[in-house]
Design a protein around this ligand. Structure first.
Ligand code: SAM
Length: 271
């Protein structure tokens, strides 16, 4: 992805680290490290509170692997999240930014929550990519890892356009060979935000209430937490001004329109 387009969770570091501080979190799990931009910030955070960062990513950049191996505060687990979450314990907070599709995110939330319930911890998660293009459209780094029943028809070389349900071959926002997207957006069990909403509804059936804020910038940040956690009021107050903020939403739409125009010019120049 071009560096003309900011896309890391680091853009939300003020909110994320501020919320982690308010919650007193010490043991943090990050799903999806890539180059380790957010991991570096989280490592500094846990070092200050005598905590630990577990970073799960089956295929991060080599510089991240090298850095993590040298840090006393970081453990890199080189596996897909759903294969290893069960092996963890006593996690205070989760950053979820791995494979951006319904099956993976719903099950990451389920597994993280089961662990927290077992260990007597309230749930606190920060989820990236809860806005366009993956709010209502699955993205797959490794489609074969997703069970057939949950894997939507998908394409690698076709891209997402704003306000279009179907992907457009050779145009729009796309991952080429790096990742695929569902051919059609919307409908049941499609997209990260759909996974979060279904998870909240399913937990709600047990009588527990989860709070959720969505910050509509840089592909969207979701903050999901137990509404009766001791720190829930403080975090709610912190994120409330950003929740579905219309100014941020309008800036994000403008940014995406501009970036789609850049892609259009790049595609034309490559012809
Ligand atoms: C968008 S990047 C993460 C960016 C990083 N969180 C940041 O804010 O700078 C997504 C990463 O998720 C990893 N990934 C893909 N599928 C995964 C899975 N099932 N479990 C954990 N990580 C996964 C990819 O290898 C990639 O490095």
């Amino acid at each position: 992805m071009s560096n003309l387009l900011i896309h890391s969770m680091t853009e939300f570091s003020d909110l994320i680290l501020g919320s982690l501080k308010l919650s007193g979190a010490r043991r943090i799990v990050e799903i999806g490290a890539e180059f380790g931009g957010m991991s570096h910030m989280l490592a500094d955070f846990v070092a200050d509170v005598d905590g630990h960062l577990t970073s799960i990513d089956p295929a991060p950049a080599p510089e991240f692997v090298e850095w993590a191996a040298q840090s006393a505060f970081v453990t890199h687990v080189a596996a897909p999240s759903l294969e290893v979450i069960d092996t963890l314990s006593n996690v205070d907070a989760w950053l979820i930014d791995g494979d951006h599709n319904y099956f993976t995110v719903y099950n990451e939330l389920l597994a993280a929550d089961a662990l927290c319930q077992r260990d007597g911890k309230p749930l606190l998660t920060f989820l990236h990519d809860v806005s366009w293009p993956t709010a209502r459209r699955d993205m797959y780094y490794a489609p074969r890892r997703i069970p057939k029943a949950f894997r939507h028809p998908h394409e690698f070389g076709a891209g997402a356009m704003l306000d279009r349900v179907a992907l457009v071959p050779g145009q729009g926002f796309r991952g080429e060979q790096a990742w695929a997207m569902a051919s059609v957006s919307g409908g049941p069990r499609n997209g990260v935000l759909t996974a979060v909403e279904d998870f909240i509804a399913d937990v709600g059936k047990t009588g527990r209430v989860l709070a959720f804020a969505r910050i509509p910038a840089v592909f969207g940040l979701g903050v999901l937490f137990d509404s009766d956690a001791p720190w829930s009021g403080a975090i709610a107050e912190r994120v409330a001004p950003f929740h579905e903020n219309p100014l941020l939403a309008s800036l994000e739409l403008n940014r995406l329109r501009n970036y789609l125009k850049v892609i259009e010019w790049q595609d034309a120049a490559a012809c």
